[in-house]
Write a protein that binds this ligand. Structure first.
Ligand code: 6GU
Length: 240
């Protein structure tokens, strides 16, 4: 299988990605050569003998700020290794919130470079200078961009054609059609007094499809009415 996507991850913690890149759907896509994923450590591009990558903020205040030098050098080194221009993604809680629509767009790009921030964030000149798409995975604070990078990469890789065994399953996913998924059951037919709905055992594919559409709609209206109002790309609606 030809490699249809390349992803470079720039991070201070490459080791946390190793098991993730080997497991499940992402692992299988990597092993089959469908995607190629590499990690680069900002620290390998530090400019001093202490291998510093961060420093105290000008103007004072808590925490440390990721410095320009190692970030620009790491980015330029990664991009020099390959022809073409990647889409740069800066993971930050200040970015646009990630949605399935964005994931679908990213899955069509041949090359992504994903930058994970840490500490109190990036020097503002990194943001200004690299022209990245800035993405957040939700309205809560993570200690760093690494879990966000894993979420984004998982969501993107499963949409690369061939990554899922059954090509139908991505189209059925929650959010793919602005709907949550219908309930699923497997054996046994009865568990602790709870039975599988009869329709699923009926063998009548039209009735099963109708039941699933109805359950998906019921669940979506109950839990995420904002998805039906066309707010799916923006997350839950703001309270009035
Ligand atoms: Cl991308 N980074 C951090 N540090 N926190 C987040 C986030 C990203 N997305 C949601 N919270």
């Amino acid at each position: 299988m030809p490699c249809s996507m390349r992803i470079d991850v720039l991070t201070l913690f490459p080791e946390v990605f190793e098991p993730f890149f080997e497991a499940s759907i992402v692992g299988r896509a990597v092993r089959s050569g469908l995607v190629s994923i590499r990690c680069v450590n900002f620290r390998d591009f530090a400019h001093d003998k202490h291998r510093s990558v961060d420093d105290r903020p000008f103007g004072g205040g808590p925490g440390m700020v990721l410095m320009c030098g190692p970030v620009f050098d790491a980015l330029e080194s990664v991009e020099a290794k390959c022809d073409g221009t990647p889409l740069r993604i800066l993971l930050t809680p200040q970015g646009e919130r990630l949605t399935q629509a964005t994931v679908g767009d990213l899955a069509r790009r041949p090359w992504l470079v994903v930058l994970c921030g840490h500490y109190e964030g990036f020097d503002e000149r990194i943001r200004l200078g690299i022209g990245a798409r800035e993405i957040s995975i939700g309205d809560y604070v993570l200690s760093g961009g690494e879990p966000a990078a894993m979420a984004l990469i998982d969501a993107v890789v499963r949409l690369v054609p061939g990554a899922l065994g059954d090509e139908g399953s991505a189209a059925d996913d929650s959010f793919a059609a602005g709907m949550l998924e219908y309930p699923q059951y497997t054996r046994p037919r009865e568990f602790r007094g709870m039975s599988v709905p009869d329709v699923l055992l009926s063998g009548d594919h039209d009735r099963i499809a109708a039941w699933r559409r109805e359950e998906a709609m019921k669940r979506t209206l109950e839990r995420r009415p904002d998805l039906r109002r066309g707010g799916g790309s923006k997350g839950p609606a703001e309270p009035a």
